[in-house]
Design a protein around this ligand. Sequence first.
Ligand SMILES: Cc1cc2nc3c(=O)[nH]c(=O)nc-3n(C[C@H](O)[C@H](O)[C@H](O)COP(=O)(O)OP(=O)(O)OC[C@H]3O[C@@H](n4cnc5c(N)ncnc54)[C@H](O)[C@@H]3O)c2cc1C
Length: 551
Amino acid sequence: MSDPTTLPAAAHATHTVFNQPPPFEDVNLFTSDRVLTEALRREGAEWAGSQARELGEIVGRRETISLGFEANENPPVLRAFDRNGNRIDEVEFHPAWHALMGLGVEHGLHALPWREPRPGAHVARAALFMLLAEVEAGVGCPLSMTYSAVPALRLQPEVAAEWEPRVTSTVYDPRLVPSPEKAGALCGMAMTEKQGGSDVRANTTAALPVGEGGPGGEYEITGHKWFCSAPMCDAFLVLAQASGGLSCFLLPRFTPDGARNRFHLQRLKDKLGNRSNASSEVEFRAAWARLIGEEGRGVQTILEMVNHTRLDCVIGSAAGMRWGTARAIHHAAHRKAFGKLLIDQPLMRNVLADLALESEAATTAMMRLARAYDGEESSFRRLATAVLKYWTCKRAPVHAAEALECLGGNGYVEEWGMARLYREAPLNSIWEGSGNVQCLDVLRAIQKSPESLRALLAEIRQARGADHRLDLFVNELQAQLERSEDLEARARRLVERLALALQGSLLVRHAPPEVADAFCASRLAGDGGRAFGTLPAGTDFKVILERAFPG
Ligand SMILES: Cc1cc2nc3c(=O)[nH]c(=O)nc-3n(C[C@H](O)[C@H](O)[C@H](O)COP(=O)(O)OP(=O)(O)OC[C@H]3O[C@@H](n4cnc5c(N)ncnc54)[C@H](O)[C@@H]3O)c2cc1C
């Protein structure tokens, strides 16, 4: 009998590896995304093309994609105390996290429109934010909160004058030192408490003035926050009850005399996804803070911030859908089953095209929304933000699940990255106002600011006459909006239809006819099923798939 160890390698190899797709990496995520490149131009930020191309190339590199994996495999660790038992309240992050944060800050994802306030600045930033969020979503949280804090800070000009130069700096400085010593600073937000998150008026954290108090004045904050993400930020917008009612404060990690503020990290949350980012429970024990705006106007003040973070939830969800679509198409283009590439199998073509359609609708509407942050479109922005926050974020988890399944068993395995996408996907729908809260906000906007509905419908009607299914859908929607009974119970249906009408109108005007036709047929005329992959017969899969192909 022959000794197996002396056999030639090929003879005792169990098998050759083939029919596994090449890695999806070293792809420029901007130039390979036709929908995004067209939208950047259309929505007024063509000037940012070279920056988007540059970032698209960087984030698509193998090394950058690996950073996302590393940052999630090595989640942040709380260091509440030093070895001598002194409280330090620090969180230690893996170098991969810092590298990704540095990338985001250097490219101005936290500040571009405030640094370069020119037409298209929010659109440009939206595209850049989307590119980084495709390969790693965790860093999006502090980048988004820092970007969003600026409009709220500006309500207190002397505080803004001190903080804005720091939080718009493109230097990433992760040191926990007093912010005057830092080359750049980041901002977080702490609203949610144990007894009430959506219902922030239930906050019990208390604020007492040091001296006279009043706008810009000094206060001491005592209480807890049940969620406070990115706790290594340099300052936080915090809601607390002052004698005049719920108020908004800027609470830095250090007091003006350079001492650590009484900001104590209790625990880090063990989260479903978003694991590279830290989300903490925190207590303030007479922590030093400054009032932003008037006492009692806390909700209105912090909404200046929250509206921008809601935009980022839409961007983040669109990013997840594009990444999932690109990965699914890439896999199907290289994997054979039953003698044919998956991408050539009719049923898989239907699934991929349906995913691509959802992704295109999300990106197109998101970029249109970002333009509303650039100009004088406050009415459109008011309603469209809540409508798209609800719908885009609701679509992301089901989209991620289906994109994952396109990779078969590999999709369920961590090292392919789809599992991470899937775990991340529900988050955008929860934070910054959960689904129901968004829908109730839409009702509130329609009732209190009817001009916001007029602006949204005017945008939708720009496509009037171009597609009879869209016209019919909008007519029915208007009839539903006019019915006043059971509004609250019907809110999800209404908001869903407002979002679909907006997406339909944008696609009819701006997308290739084959894309618009498939969208109107499946999403507006009811000729589609409840799962992805149910586009009607006659859909031009070839055009839709070629357009979405990531290469
Ligand atoms: C990973 C993560 C990070 C977070 N980071 C932060 C942070 O940095 N800072 C911060 O302040 N918060 C943060 N949050 C908290 C988040 O914003 C809240 O969890 C969210 O707003 C919901 O509040 P809640 O958890 O208290 O749920 P609740 O308010 O109790 O809501 C529970 C459910 O009831 C629904 N609901 C609420 N009111 C109504 C109503 N009137 N009618 C019908 N349905 C309703 C909601 O939509 C939700 O589905 C974070 C959350 C997560 C998951």
